[in-house]
Design a protein around this ligand. Structure first.
Ligand SMILES: [Zn+2]
Length: 435
């Protein structure tokens, strides 16, 4: 967190202010607003459903992931910005329209083309905080969320990419093992988090494990700290795991053979289909107050006792009970994927236990504040709830065709750099120029 703060004080100040205002807003609302009385008798089930949807998520389970990280994408031929924006990046379309309303926005956003590099930072609840579009390495546009609307600036400084190779031995937790590496001063937390996202460190890491990391830093000519730091490849050798992987253009990590590190995912955590009684909805309005109270999950209407199965391999990181959520479980699937199950009747797994895809973890029920037997199911990607019925789920276990060829070509160089078989300056020069 500290590193991000030093690197981008404005964003963190913004993020802090946003979160703080949100918490303050909720507090003020809770303290000052008497329950609104509607003329018509309130529909109790709707009220309870709304309560379940909001209070549970906001109050019960604090985020486990590190603060939101910059995400990035290089435009491909045939991409439509509005489609990517909404379907792939899960950003509100209304924000895109807001940006398009002013002159600079229209000028830059209407003219995106293949090869352009886009980076964005989103808050936990899916709001855009910052956006950068690079026309070239030296020419970019940046939007930052302000208290009202977005500020805009042109980025004209030269960008320089430098690669770093770090070697270490695990001693305690990873971030401590990176502590005395001056090249990444202030960035240790982010790098440890990136690796944690791709490896089952909490389960399989042991003191004495050896690792090497290939890290990309981008510098703007007039900034004293790196503008971005990214893990490109790593090699991890330990008693319980030996993994070697490189980042592909889709942002995921694959082994040298092109096998994904993310376990494949099933769409629903049930052995059969059931009616969806309430879908994921970020704009759902409270039936009485009319305030927007998002529903962060998908509700399946199921009879009590219906088996719930893990949609992918993972580890149970929470098991508990909550007045609104009832019996609940949370699974960490690695690489930023997490799933949550509420209102369970029975739970068959304990905290800390590893589960396999398809394994029965419990039974659906009607516990907590629930209006009828159902399963409330949530999928979180990189700390943000997304629509589990529409999200792009890891399904390809192995890259194929062109994708595999491109990955092999790129990753060969990255691995050569990682293994010290190739000069890092040369490797940097061979990275795609469009970025
Ligand atoms: Zn629900």
């Amino acid at each position: 967190m500290l590193n991000r703060f030093t690197a981008r004080p404005r964003h963190w100040a913004l993020l802090f202010i946003t979160s703080f205002s949100l918490v303050l807003g909720i507090a003020v609302y809770l303290v000052s607003t008497p329950p609104a009385v509607d003329e018509s008798a309130p529909n109790m089930s709707e009220v309870l459903e709304a309560l379940e949807a909001t209070d549970f998520h906001n109050a019960l389970i604090p985020p486990l992931q590190p603060p939101p990280d910059w995400e990035q994408y290089t435009l491909q031929a045939g991409d439509r910005l509005s489609h990517l924006w909404h379907e792939k990046w899960h950003l509100p379309l209304a924000t895109l329209y807001t940006l398009l309303e002013n002159r600079e926005g229209a000028q830059h956003l209407n003219r995106v083309r293949p090869g352009q590099h886009i980076e964005w930072l989103a808050s936990r609840d899916g709001q855009l905080l910052a956006l950068r579009i690079w026309q070239s390495r030296a020419q970019g546009s940046e939007w930052l969320r302000e208290s009202s609307g977005f500020s805009f600036r042109e980025l004209t400084s030269q960008r320089e990419v430098r690669l770093l190779r770090l070697e270490g031995t695990l001693n305690g937790i990873l971030v401590n093992s990176l502590q005395d590496m001056p090249e990444i001063a202030g960035q240790q937390g982010a790098i440890a988090a990136a690796l944690d996202r791709h490896l089952p460190l909490r389960r399989d890491a042991r003191d004495g494990d050896q690792f090497s990391l290939l890290i990309e830093q981008e510098w703007l000519s007039n900034d004293p700290t790196p503008y971005s730091t990214r893990l490109l490849a790593f090699d991890y050798k330990g008693d319980r795991m030996q993994v070697r992987a490189a980042r592909h253009q889709d942002g995921r990590f694959y082994t040298p053979e092109g096998v994904s590190l993310i376990p494949p995912f099933d769409r629903i955590p049930l052995a059969q289909r059931f009616r969806i009684s309430s879908g994921f909805n970020l704009n759902r309005r409270h039936p009485i107050t009319g305030r927007v109270q998002p529903h962060y999950g998908t509700d399946f209407a199921t009879p009590v006792g219906t088996p719930v199965v893990a949609p992918a391999d993972g580890r149970i990181i929470r098991r508990g009970w909550h007045p609104y959520g009832g019996n609940y479980l949370v699974i960490d699937h690695g690489q930023g994927f997490e799933t949550r199950y509420l209102h369970l009747h029975r739970m068959y797994v304990n905290r800390g236990q590893d589960v396999r895809r398809g394994q029965q973890i419990g039974q659906t029920g009607n516990t907590g504040r629930s209006t009828g037997p159902h399963l409330h199911y949530e999928l979180h990607i990189n700390g943000r709830p997304v629509d589990a019925m529409r999200a792009e789920l890891p399904s390809v276990e192995k890259l194929e065709g062109n994708d595999l060829r491109e990955f092999k070509e790129q990753s060969q160089r990255l691995f050569a750099g990682l293994d010290n078989r190739m000069n890092l300056k040369e490797v940097a020069q061979l990275l795609p120029q469009s970025r």
